[in-house]
Design a protein around this ligand. Structure first.
Ligand code: ADP
Length: 460
């Protein structure tokens, strides 16, 4: 990513953050809004206290203005709706108010892993192992549910009151499609793999694994694998070629170095799989085995739908092994992935056997639609529209259109964007101008000589 791109992206993000910061209300739904917990690239996150129960939550406030921002907000909801794991921030509710989209999230009271690293200098390997096992467990679960995070970094790894990991910020996540690569450039440059930096098409799973490598490096060394200057990788060739060093004086164990080396592999196709990482000797040392898999048991498959099953190959599964697993292991990632593929296959079958209008309604995840309609605020009644007679609210419909955008099909994307634009125009209400105060974000960076650069806090 060159400097011009950086500037352009920062400008867009600053304006998005400014929009979110203009939120002034003292209440959102049943929650009283409290202090600011953090600011991201496009959202402000505040403490929320439930008025009846006193339960504390985090409220992520966004003000999506363009279609792209709308799409990102909805992606985060779609991804979180698929996930229920002890190390992944849970989404409780979505509230839309006066142009703001507010995600009511499980609270990560212990702050960011980034802060922990900054406080400790580096995290002792024993503690780093416990945290990394939780991260691996969460990432395995999300990948099995076909979600690629695409922005894994210590700032997005929160801690709860017991110091357990909560993976957060799914704003750049996307649904993994078998055999399809992503092409949208995203992530934070210092945590993104060479193929993304080089703007090539990339595999979301391999991208996350590279980021895990940088995260483990940061945890056990307290620095970055690449030398940074003004928060930008100084010698981009180092990153592109996967050249990094772990100085001896940092006393990182041989096994840990080996594990990092399995993730920071320049060629994405040669990076270790999550299974290899979870079963590596460093990961398992002192434990009975690999990190716990929280993949919910699913009914085993007796009669295999071969069309859906064949797509597992496009997700990187060995079909012979996967066939056995989906028939014998109720908690296998392959079985979870198979069920997602089967659901998609069935939706597509329905699409092919109905009119184009109905097809659009069918091709949307029901679970997601339910959440949005459940939490819809009374101030946004469902507009009267011929489409409303299809037993589906317009709020759900715009959601559906957005999340069904196909990155690989520009023509369908264009068409759906124009439909979404029309629907959003109908929704748009004139909102009172508010005073906004932008709080400058400190960017501190000290590059130590002969030691890895400290991790960058800058948000891209
Ligand atoms: P963005 O998508 O704009 O980058 P994030 O989701 O990363 O925003 O949130 C920004 C910051 O807010 C985080 O780095 C963190 O400090 C804080 N934050 C986010 N989610 C939570 C949460 N669930 N609990 C506590 N703090 C949170």
């Amino acid at each position: 990513m060159d400097y011009e791109d950086h500037l352009e992206q920062s400008k867009v993000q600053q304006s998005r953050l400014k929009g979110a910061l203009s939120f002034r209300s003292k209440d959102i739904g049943n929650y009283t809004v409290g202090r600011t917990l953090g600011k991201g690239s496009c959202a402000v996150v505040k403490l929320g206290i439930h008025r009846d129960t006193g339960k504390q939550v985090a409220i992520k406030i966004m003000k999506p203005r363009s279609l792209r921002e709308q799409k990102e907000a909805l992606r985060e909801v779609e991804a979180l709706n698929r996930l229920s794991h002890p190390n992944i921030t849970r989404l409780h509710q979505v509230i839309r108010e006066e142009g703001y989209t507010c995600l009511i999230l499980e609270l990560g009271v212990g702050g960011e892993l980034f802060e922990r690293v900054m406080d400790c200098g580096k995290i002792p390997e024993g503690e780093a192992r416990v945290l990394f096992r939780q991260i691996l467990s969460g990432v395995q679960y999300m990948h099995a549910n076909l979600v690629a995070h695409r922005d894994l970094k210590p700032e997005n790894l929160l801690l709860d009151e017991y110091g357990n990991i909560k993976i957060s910020d799914f704003g750049l996540s996307n649904i993994i499609k078998p055999g399809k690569l992503f092409s949208t450039w995203c992530g934070s440059p210092v945590y993104t793999p060479p193929e993304v930096v080089l703007r090539q098409q990339y595999n979301g799973i391999a991208m996350d694994i590279w980021s895990l490598g940088v995260i483990l490096y940061v945890m056990v060394t307290g620095g970055m694998p690449w030398r940074l200057e003004s928060n930008v990788v100084k010698n981009i060739d180092d990153l592109i070629e996967g050249n990094y060093d772990i100085p001896d004086f940092l006393n990182v164990s041989k096994d840990c170095k080996e594990l990092i080396g399995m993730m920071l592999v320049a060629d994405g196709t040669k990076r270790a799989s999550l299974e290899q990482l979870m079963n590596h000797k460093w990961t398992c040392a002192g434990f009975e085995g690999a990190p716990a898999s929280f993949i919910e048991p699913k009914p085993l498959v007796n009669v295999i739908n071969e069309n859906a099953f064949a797509q597992l190959e496009g997700l990187g599964y060995d079909l012979e092994v996967a066939r056995k697993q989906i028939q014998t292991v109720p908690t296998s990632p392959a079985l979870t992935a198979y069920y997602h593929l089967l659901a998609k296959h069935r939706r597509l079958q329905k699409v092919n056997s109905c009119s184009p209008e109905d097809a659009k309604l069918v091709n949307s995840p029901d679970q997601y639609l339910n959440t949005i309609s459940r939490t819809r605020s009374k101030s946004h009644p469902t507009p009267k529209s011929p489409l409303a007679t299809r037993k589906i609210s317009l709020s759900s419909l715009d959601t559906k259109i957005d999340i069904s955008l196909d990155e690989e099909k520009p023509s369908s994307k264009k068409k759906e964007k124009s439909i979404l634009r029309t629907l959003l125009d109908r929704f748009r209400k004139p909102s009172a101008k508010r005073n906004s105060r932008e709080v400058p974000r400190p960017v501190s960076m000290v590059v130590a000589h002969n030691s890895p650069s400290p991790p960058s806090r800058r948000r891209y």
